[in-house]
Design a protein around this ligand. Structure first.
Ligand code: HEC
Length: 126
């Protein structure tokens, strides 16, 4: 009997921990001097539409998301253009502006990360 009560208590406690983790607010941006991590930022803000490698999934491709890992796309944009797109978004598309949510340093880290997607794809082909 006590054994059973204990199990159900533990189960409920475990459920609570999971719920608390899900409900926990995203921590405010730490005011740290650490360099922003492009990969982390990509996973948090961009991966949903642009995929892990910069190649959109089938649904995103239908929305006109370019394959950012392609050499052809990489060559078609300067770093400044990429920075501007991330900061200001593209009007009338799902690509929204991130300039209000991310710092300049974070956007720079994303530009570098987007460039890295092209390099990663190119080195895979070899
Ligand atoms: C809700 C979906 C969505 C999210 C989230 C998203 N994008 Fe986009 N992104 C798009 C779409 C759609 C386009 C294509 C817009 C067009 O050219 O029609 C795009 C285009 C782009 C382009 C290429 C634009 C061009 O002109 O070639 C870059 C670079 C880009 N996104 C970077 C990012 C980065 C970095 C993030 C995260 C900070 C991000 N995106 C988050 C939907 C998204």
């Amino acid at each position: 009997m006590t054994m059973m009560m204990r199990t159900s208590f533990l189960r409920r406690a475990a459920g609570f921990v999971v719920a608390a983790a899900l409900l926990a607010p995203v921590p405010a941006r730490a005011a740290s001097t650490a360099k922003p991590d492009g990969k982390d930022l990509w996973s948090t803000h961009c991966i949903l539409c642009h995929g892990e490698t910069g190649a959109p999934g089938p649904q995103a491709a239908k929305l006109g998301v370019a394959n950012l890992s392609l050499a052809k796309w990489q060559a078609s944009r300067t770093d400044d253009q990429i920075r501007k797109i991330i900061t200001e978004g593209k009007q009338d598309t799902l690509m929204r502006p991130f300039g209000d949510d991310l710092t300049k340093e974070e956007i720079d880290a994303l530009v570098t990360y987007v460039r890295g997607l092209g390099k990663a794809a190119a080195s895979k082909k070899k």
